[in-house]
Design a protein around this ligand. Structure first.
Ligand SMILES: C[S@@+](CC[C@H](N)C(=O)[O-])C[C@H]1O[C@@H](n2cnc3c(N)ncnc32)[C@H](O)[C@@H]1O
Length: 463
């Protein structure tokens, strides 16, 4: 494993390089210049932020409508999110967490499992970049200073969006690119490697952002591998007591007649190492090499890494879903919402699709606002929030026999969410039948849309 050392430690006599005698006659750009992507119709930040007005109407569960001054928390908005985001900015709303899973720029059309049109993903390269950039600029303004944003995206656009997000949020606020394993296997039809992953770009608005370290309860295989040794105090592992880099202070000094190995320092000051040894927490090898015993504790959680292997999307028929295409894994959204917000905080998803983020946020007692322009998406979101999810298998049988929808089979959207399992689809993926608790929320629509499609929207409100 490669190990870096601090900048001030690198200037040893062996740091020779062939680059030293020559200088490139064409200077490189200075660090003060932020790189950006170039294309036509790129608005300035001020132009993007200049207000765009739309009026919103609330549609109640009995189909009655009422104009609203501003969107309240716990609302599902049927609108183009450009106008939805401007509306939220106008109301001076601030969110602690924004998660978005926009179209990936695949050039495809998407249908639900019921074969209804869901959304189109056909913008073209430059148009897509500016479409995303404008919305991301608005989203930054909507974040609290301790807020975070997660952009879920495919391999097609991840590199371009990284550049755009560095520009908008600042490279110093980049936290992770999470690689998420989205499925178990794929047909190998092309002459290239099979694509199993997508990505989540995680940025904070500032270096002081909310963070609750997320983790999962370790399984037996992990425990045996990571904590292989046992003594009368319990399971433990041995870890080195030195770390890379030389130090001039106490951690670079002699302890028990030994200096730290060359290029390293003790991880603790000698008095602390003495304490560990007295408490029986130092293991001495036969040739006198000390290592620290780290014991397994009851509350041990395994932290999630930037490789998400346990959050695959629905992959077998007992998993409860809405049937919306590209619906994301609920357990993954629960993990993100828990990590980057606290109870009562506002969570926004401006491309909310079937409402997976809203579901997780509602379950974890956050306030939330979801926006989508697809009728099919908002129908799926209203259905899941009011009535719950259904096992994926149901969609298959309904397609075959076209029977009326039997709600006795609806599953509780909150069931089974706390018990960790070894399922690769994550702990929250298998809901169990039980009484469903409907979420309370407002359904809000762009007024012009309501004028164009009054019947369709009324039907949605009655779901
Ligand atoms: C990949 S899907 C989101 C799926 C969602 N994460 C879920 O779990 O169901 C992307 C969504 O973005 C929506 N969308 C695309 N352009 C939009 C726009 N300008 N305003 C609002 N929604 C938009 C699409 O209708 C689609 O539902």
């Amino acid at each position: 494993m490669a190990t870096g050392i601090l900048g001030h430690e690198k200037l040893s006599a062996d740091s020779l390089s062939a680059a030293l005698p020559h200088k490139d006659p064409h200077p490189l750009p200075s660090d003060a210049v932020a790189p950006s992507l170039v294309y036509p119709n790129r608005l300035t930040k001020a132009e993007v932020l200049s207000p765009l007005y739309a009026s919103f109407i609330q549609v109640d569960t009995d189909g009655r409508t009422a104009p609203i001054q501003q969107v309240s928390n716990n609302s599902l908005i049927l609108a183009d999110n450009l106008f939805g985001l401007h509306g939220l900015l106008e109301s001076k709303r601030k969110a602690t967490l924004i998660y978005l899973d926009p179209p990936y720029n695949t050039g495809m059309e998407f249908q639900s499992r019921q074969l209804e049109h869901a959304y189109s993903d056909q913008l073209g390269f430059a148009a897509y970049l500016e479409f995303m950039r404008r919305r991301l600029i608005l989203m930054r303004e909507l974040l609290t200073d301790d807020g975070s944003i997660y952009v879920h995206i495919g391999h097609q656009m991840v590199s371009h969006l990284k550049v755009i997000m560095d520009e908008i949020f600042g490279q110093n606020n980049f936290r992770n690119i999470i690689t998420r394993r989205k499925c178990s296997s794929k047909n190998f039809t092309k002459h290239q490697y099979s694509n199993l992953n997508d990505f989540i770009l995680f940025y904070s608005k500032s270096p002081a952002y909310k963070w609750n370290q997320p983790g999962q309860t370790p399984d037996e295989d992990w425990i045996q591998k990571e904590y292989p040794k046992v003594d009368k105090r319990g399971r433990y592992k041995l870890v080195p007591i030195h770390a890379p880099g030389t130090r001039r202070g106490e951690t670079g000094e002699i302890w028990r007649g030994m200096l730290p190995p060359p290029g390293k320092h003790w991880q603790y000051v000698p008095t602390k190492l003495e304490e560990f040894d007295k408490a029986g927490e130092i293991h001495w090898s036969r040739n006198g090499n000390p290592r620290r015993k780290v014991y397994l504790t009851q509350d041990k959680l395994v932290s999630y890494t930037d490789y998400g292997d346990c959050f695959r999307d629905a992959h077998h028929q007992s998993i409860a879903v809405t049937g919306y295409p590209t619906e994301k894994n609920l357990a993954m959204l629960r993990m993100i919402v828990s990590a980057s917000s606290n109870e009562g905080d506002l969570v926004i998803d401006p491309f909310c699709g079937s409402g997976t983020t809203m579901h997780a946020a509602n379950d974890l007692r956050r306030s939330w606002i979801g926006i989508d322009q697809s009728f099919n998406a908002i129908k799926a979101a209203i259905t899941r929030l009011r009535h719950g999810l259904e096992p994926m298998g149901d969609y298959v049988s309904r397609e075959e026999d076209d029977q009326p929808h039997d709600r006795s089979n609806v599953l509780d959207m909150f069931a089974g969410l706390s018990s960790p399992t070894k399922d690769k689809n994550g702990p929250a993926s298998k809901a169990k039948a039980s009484d469903h608790q409907p979420a309370l929320f407002s359904f809000v629509v762009d007024d012009e849309l309501l004028e164009m499609y009054p019947e369709e929207i009324r039907e949605m409100a009655l779901i």
